[in-house]
Design a protein around this ligand. Structure first.
Ligand code: ATP
Ligand code: MG
Length: 237
């Protein structure tokens, strides 16, 4: 399994507020890693560091074996933000258009959308059970339906690393089940790795390879009887 994400002694603070210190985390291809923790514990901050939106205060991050400061292949990452649900609410476009827009880099500026792009978009919508809604405006959908479309938008880019911030917030139980199952399947096929923030530790325990708890500035692996409560903060996980 090749290494997709590696953080080494990663620390971050906003002003004087230290969020975490010396985090060591490795995620390999095919791994589905759930990240949980209390509100404000720093989960979204950690994701934003992995996405290059924030710069480490100290320590380092490697993506696909490359130092993040030299990394340019951002198309290999797919990101669904914590407020991804809200961002689509007023968007004057259909589900298919929203998903196709993420193929813009492939389609090229001012170039027509080709059949294969449409098929890819419909395929991504089918993966999240939304193919029947392809022609529906995003603004006329329920919150959970919109969230599924936003996930399809990420999937259509065929990312190798999926970074998802609470994607099951506001979705019903069946949709949450199928979303977890979809991610677990995609990861088990070895095509992608996923790092997903979630408060849904029960589903994470049954679907994710590992569940990590971010608490008091440290990462701990939970859900394994051997490790439960026995890890100190700055170990490598
Ligand atoms: N831009 C910012 N400037 C200052 N402080 C911030 C900023 N963004 C987040 N914080 C603070 O950093 C801490 C971690 O925030 P973060 O959003 O990473 O938490 P989280 O674990 O994702 O929480 P939640 O479960 O509520 O989404 C919080 O105390 C938050 O108030
Ligand atoms: Mg958050």
């Amino acid at each position: 399994m090749s290494e997709i994400v590696h953080t080494e002694n990663l620390s971050y603070r906003y002003g004087d507020e230290t969020i975490f210190s010396r985090l060591n985390l490795t995620v390999c291809s095919g791994e589905f890693v759930a990240l949980t923790g209390m509100n404000g514990s720093g989960k979204s901050t950690l994701l934003r560091l992995l996405l290059g939106e924030l710069a480490p205060r100290s320590g380092g991050i490697r993506l696909f074996g490359q130092d993040i400061s030299d990394f340019k292949q951002w198309h290999r990452l797919g990101y669904l933000a914590q407020d991804g649900l809200k961002s689509g609410a007023d968007f004057p476009a259909t589900a298919e258009e929203v998903v196709t827009a993420n193929l813009y880099a492939q389609i090229g500026p001012l170039r027509p959308v080709k059949k294969r792009h449409r098929e890819a978009a419909l395929g991504a919508l089918a993966r999240v059970g939304m193919e029947r809604y392809a022609k529906r405006m995003l603004g006329s959908m329920s919150g959970g339906q919109r969230q599924r479309v936003m996930l399809a938008r990420v999937l259509v880019g065929e990312p190798e690393l999926l970074v998802l911030d609470e994607p099951t917030n506001g979705v019903d139980n069946d949709t949450a089940d199928s979303l977890f199952a979809l991610l677990a399947k995609m990861c088990s096929e070895g095509k992608i790795a996923a790092v997903m923030v979630t408060h849904d530790t029960a589903r994470a325990a049954s679907c994710a390879a590992r569940t990590l708890l971010l608490e008091y500035g440290s990462l701990k692996e939970i859900g394994s009887p051997i490790l439960r409560g026995e890890q100190s903060g700055n170990t490598s996980i």
